[in-house]
Design a protein around this ligand. Structure first.
Ligand SMILES: Cc1cc2nc3c(=O)[nH]c(=O)nc-3n(C[C@H](O)[C@H](O)[C@H](O)COP(=O)(O)OP(=O)(O)OC[C@H]3O[C@@H](n4cnc5c(N)ncnc54)[C@H](O)[C@@H]3O)c2cc1C
Length: 373
């Protein structure tokens, strides 16, 4: 009999499995319907021998020392600061928009002080910030909004930013200095030997058994277990009783080129009429040296694997119905991105899992991290 049947071998399920097995001595079975561990963070070597992320680029960044220290038990790190360029008006310019972006686009030589005044002169004041369009035009004006945000958002979400909640773009920074880092978190690094290797080390314990290619719905009655930790879609768990929670999906198109490097930074955004939103060259992230290089093109889709929860009030309401049902379902604990219908980064999911673990065994978050792996 397993103490826990854990559904989903991504960050949420793997952190739960590791802590329950190593710290609390519980016997766990970790299952995933996919053929691999790691969830959406899974990486592998493609046919050309280039290390790629199967579900799009996953860049680790966090301000949580606890999360960084915890994951450091399973990997060494390669320092990596993420940089992104946008292809606008025939040139590659920094995104988030900064001093160099504006100077390059308009052929200007503004200083930071002058850029503040430039933004003030083009910004359209809004009495109330309700939509994603309001967020952007009230900061940088309509022209930069059109160039950088409008079609990107339309491609990504299949609707106009004017119809999207402000929270979708509320965190997009605009800088008046020359800082071109995409993230400003305290800890920014990539697992030195890749994400999957980190998961392998996390899960290498005799109390953890792993079953892949196994859907929970197929095997739940065949496996004796006391409790369930579910990290899949919460609406699926309840057989879509209240209806389906809407997601946006992506199609990933990989391409290997016979050159060592194809673009100057890891990610180039295409906020224009191209059908893809961005192109990632993995070697920038992984630091791998190889005579060839592999890129991935991302094409937003309405159907496919669930990636981005669609943030609308009616969907939040729908989720609350499932959440209430989950609270009334004994012996099942919901954790992770799909089970809580929130777009969380990897560090946030790790923190969420550590918090659930502490609650399950009745200890504090600090105690949950105390025992070394
Ligand atoms: C395109 C994209 C890019 C991203 N980039 C970043 C980034 O740069 N940095 C960052 O921090 N975060 C990024 N994220 C977010 C990151 O992917 C998540 O934070 C992380 O994967 C969440 O882990 P999880 O365990 O909650 O979910 P997942 O990784 O999705 O794992 C859930 C697992 O459950 C399995 N499962 C579901 N249902 C069942 C079932 N019925 N039976 C068995 N198994 C099941 C699934 O197969 C899956 O493997 C990105 C996400 C996307 C979509």
């Amino acid at each position: 009999m397993f103490d826990y049947l854990i559904v989903g071998a991504g960050f949420a399920g793997s952190v739960m499995a590791e802590r329950l097995a190593v710290d609390a001595g519980r016997k766990v079975l970790l299952i995933d319907k996919r053929a691999h561990i790691g969830g959406n963070a899974y990486d592998h070597y493609d046919d050309a021998g280039v290390l790629v992320h199967r579900y799009g680029p996953h860049i680790f960044h966090t301000n949580s020392k606890d999360v960084f220290d915890y994951l450091s038990r399973f990997t060494e790190w390669r320092p990596y600061q993420h940089r992104v360029r946008a292809w606008v008006d025939g040139q590659l310019v920094p995104i988030p928009i900064n001093l160099d972006t504006v100077n390059a686009l308009y052929g200007l030589k503004l200083t930071s002080f002058e850029l503040v005044r430039f933004f003030e002169s083009v910004a359209e004041p809004r009495a109330e910030i309700r939509t994603s369009e309001d967020v952007i035009v009230s900061k940088v004006g309509r022209e930069l909004y059109e160039k950088f945000f409008r079609s990107y958002t339309r491609k990504q979400w299949d609707c106009d930013p004017a119809e999207l909640d402000a929270s979708v773009t509320a965190r997009v920074p605009v800088r008046t200095n020359r800082d071109d880092r995409y993230f400003t978190d305290m800890y920014q690094a990539m697992p030195r030997h890749g994400m999957t290797r980190m998961f392998e080390r996390m899960l290498a314990h005799p109390n953890i058994k792993i079953l892949l290619n196994a859907d929970y719905r197929e095997i739940r009655s065949a496996i004796p277990h006391r409790e369930v930790i579910f990290t899949g879609p919460i609406d699926e768990f309840f057989d879509y009783r209240f209806g389906k929670l809407p997601y946006r999906s992506l199609h990933f198109q990989f391409e290997t080129l016979n050159v060592a490097q194809a673009q100057p930074v890891a990610v180039v955004n295409y906020p224009n009429e191209n059908p893809y939103t961005r192109v990632t060259e993995f070697k920038h992230l992984t630091g791998q040296e190889h005579p060839k290089t592999t890129l991935v093109y991302e094409y937003p889709r309405a159907v496919g694997d669930p990636y981005y929860p669609v943030q609308r009030p009616e969907n939040a309401e729908l989720y609350r119905n499932y959440q209430a049902l989950a609270a009334r379902t004994p012996g099942v604990h919901f954790v992770g991105r799909l089970a809580t219908y929130r777009y969380y980064n990897m560090d946030q999911v790790t923190a969420q899992a550590l918090t659930l673990y502490a609650k399950l065994v009745g200890i504090s978050r600090r105690e949950a991290l105390a025992s070394p792996a």
